[in-house]
Design a protein. Structure first.
Length: 144
């Protein structure tokens, strides 16, 4: 039985925020909490946790509860629900990177061959698969 499919319409800015939230969530779950802590805000809306002195004790406490060494993480490929978040994040990152390359004139289209060295970085590679879930499909909508 095929799984149901859903469509969400977003702006580029909203898509970027979803990508960052997915990354923060999966990284927190695998024991890399420092990137997630950037979302903590003070009453004025400014970052509440930003210096290493702020991050280190929080990260140490989290990793202690996860039974991880301070310099370790579980990594991707261990927990399926977190792996799905990683795949979603990487799919969005891949799409947005290629879209940016087209906008900047590095390549003519999303289907063009990759151009080296202008398109260095793993964000231009097809996302790695860790689960049997279908990869999300990101497409640009025309007007609305």
């Amino acid at each position: 039985m095929a799984s149901d499919r859903y469509q969400i319409t977003l702006t580029r800015s909203q898509l970027g925020e979803i990508a960052r939230a997915l990354e923060a969530c999966f990284r927190m779950g695998i024991g890399q909490p420092s990137s997630s802590l950037q979302y903590c805000r003070n009453a004025e809306g400014a970052p509440a946790i930003w210096a290493w002195d702020d991050v280190q004790p929080i990260e140490r406490a989290i990793k202690d509860k996860m039974r991880l060494h301070p310099n370790a993480s579980w990594g991707v490929g261990r927990f399926e629900k977190l792996d799905v978040l990683c795949e979603m994040y990487k799919s969005i990152e891949h799409f947005m990177s290629w879209e940016h390359a087209v906008k900047d004139g590095v390549v003519q289209s999303m289907d063009a061959p990759r151009r080296w060295p202008e398109m260095m970085g793993c964000n231009y590679d097809e996302p790695m698969r860790y689960t049997s879930e279908p990869m999300i499909k990101v497409e640009k909508c025309n007007g609305e």
